[in-house]
Design a protein around this ligand. Structure first.
Ligand SMILES: Nc1ncnc2c1ncn2[C@@H]1O[C@H](COP(=O)(O)OP(=O)(O)O)[C@@H](O)[C@H]1O
Ligand SMILES: [Mg+2]
Length: 490
């Protein structure tokens, strides 16, 4: 449970690491000190064995003087209780020693190290400890010439049993405790400092994760951004920044989803409403025709049929427009671009509306500079845009008014402007005119138009990489402007 937090793991790791270092340090320093001590001791006592023998006649007339030997042993053991003295023959066999009998276990000492010692090899050199079968200790040695070219060796063990007993006491009581305490204190300080540092670091992580939790708990609506705390970005700050971006993205997308949901609901409501009215009317007229078949004169019958037909056309148009918009929305229809003369297309569309314009007593004209370059667009789609804009203008321009479609080259685009001096659109309605099913105040009571025309037009223009703008002043007129890219020879 505790070891699950990052801080606990870091703390555990640090503690183990420091313990390990402490142990390693203790072992290493103990070994090194011992090695150094032995080298030092051997160097210091390099000539000890030789000095013991000088001035003393241990061998008289080729024969070992046992009495003199015993005296020497006793004398030096008293002066320096830390050493142990042995007399060896030329094969290393122990002839005599300074200890109580029983204490000495070996009968022979390996002469190899002794010869190395006498040859002046580098210290420390370890020789057999006669008081043990396996221990090896630093020593000092000297050669004592005997009769008939035979030799004896005086072999002095420098760290005798007494020496080691006292040394151990000393270590246990003082040195070890002191260095142990020093080590413990420094490691504890390291541990505490490390823990504080880890706490500081993990605290920031903790605060970041709290923010994320709060964000989630608030159902992704409340986002407290992560603030960078230092001039230089570290990994936690980076993580915080990523979190900020992510949270903003989530909020944006949630907003977009909510908007789309509202849009979809209104769309369905609008569609049902716009379908119900003409359907009900059509139904009513057909029913009347059916019930009163006998009582109606042919003229009225034909009139009723005409009205029913009108409503059915309206429904068809609405469904067609909806279908078109849905396809544009789903990006199913992509513009099939080709080069064409926009002026010619405009002329054709104007021609289609000529009769209606004349009937309404509205002047419909085109203005275009000569020899405009081709545009690169989908003819059928652009025709649709022009139709929508011109039919809107005709609808909202009273008798005596003017509608002008002008084409102008601006850099690598041709700008189309459809201008009328009709009713105009209220400033309040302007931002919404491109929304689907939006009918401005000037269309109130109009049951023939669903408010999809401008939504389709804007969709098409955007598919061509441009946008459509509207400027209008109530009672003065309206102006729609969009542009298409000029075709460039590949
Ligand atoms: N030239 C214009 N003059 C005045 N109002 C316009 C004009 N063009 C569009 N509108 C307003 O914008 C609304 C949206 O137009 P549109 O999307 O074509 O729908 P509709 O099906 O009503 O024509 C119209 O209902 C109308 O109120
Ligand atoms: Mg329209």
């Amino acid at each position: 449970m505790i070891a699950r937090t990052l801080f606990a793991r870091l703390a555990l790791a640090l503690t183990l690491l420091l313990l390990g270092i402490g142990l390693l340090y203790t072992v290493l320093s103990a070994t090194l000190t011992r090695h150094y001590q032995q080298e030092f001791l051997q160097n210091l006592n390099r000539d000890l064995a030789a000095n013991l023998v000088t001035g003393r006649k241990l061998v008289t007339g080729g024969v070992l003087d046992q009495k003199a030997l015993k005296e020497t042993f006793n004398h030096y053991m008293m002066v320096n209780p830390g050493i142990e003295i042995y007399l060896l023959d030329q094969h290393g066999t122990i002839l005599s020693f300074s200890a109580e009998p029983g204490k000495v276990k070996r009968e022979r000492v390996d002469l190899g190290p002794v010869r190395q010692f006498l040859d002046g090899r580098e210290f420390p050199l370890f020789g057999d400890d006669p008081r043990s079968f396996e221990r090896r200790k630093v020593f000092s040695a000297t050669r004592i010439p005997g009769e008939d070219q035979s030799v004896y060796y005086l072999y002095v063990v420098l760290r005798g049993e007494e020496y080691e007993r006292i040394e151990q006491l000393y270590q246990h009581n003082f040195l070890l405790q002191l260095s142990g305490a020093a080590l413990l204190v420094s490691l504890s300080i390291g541990l505490i400092v490390g823990l504080v540092l880890f706490r500081l670091l993990t605290r920031r992580l903790h605060s970041l994760s709290r923010r994320m939790q709060d964000f989630e708990a608030s159902n992704f609506s409340q986002h407290t951004p992560w603030q960078q705390q230092h001039r230089h970005l570290d990994e936690i700050d980076l993580l915080g920044q990523h979190y900020n971006h992510m949270a903003e993205r989530i909020q944006e997308q949630l907003e977009a989803l909510k908007k789309q949901d509202v849009l979809r609901r209104t769309l369905i409501a609008n569609v049902s409403h716009d379908l119900r009215t003409p359907l009900a009317a059509m139904h009513g007229y057909i029913e009347t025709l059916k019930i009163k078949e006998q009582d109606l004169d042919p003229a009225t019958r034909s009139e009723y049929l005409d009205i029913a037909l009108q409503h059915s056309r309206r429904i068809t148009r609405l469904v067609d427009e909806l279908f078109e918009l849905a396809k544009l929305d789903a990006r199913e229809t992509q513009p099939k671009r080709e080069p064409f003369a926009l002026a010619e297309l405009t002329q054709d569309v104007i021609q289609k509306f000529r009769l209606t314009a004349t009937e309404q007593d509205v002047a419909l004209a085109m203005e275009s500079g000569d020899s405009l370059p081709f545009v690169d667009a989908d003819i059928a789609m652009i025709e649709r845009v022009l139709e929508n804009l011109i039919s809107n203008a005709l609808q909202h321009t009273p008798a005596g008014g003017h509608i002008t479609v002008s084409l102008r080259q601006e850099g690598s685009a041709i700008t189309v402007q459809v201008q009328d001096d009709g009713a105009g659109i209220d400033a309040r309605d302007l931002p919404g005119v491109f929304d689907r099913f939006y009918r401005a105040g000037n269309s109130e009571g109009d049951t023939h138009h669903a408010g999809l025309g401008l939504a389709i037009a804007r969709h098409i223009v955007r598919l061509h990489g441009g946008d459509i703008e509207v400027h209008s002043q109530i009672k003065l007129g309206t102006q729609f402007i969009f542009s298409l890219p000029v075709w460039e020879k590949p």
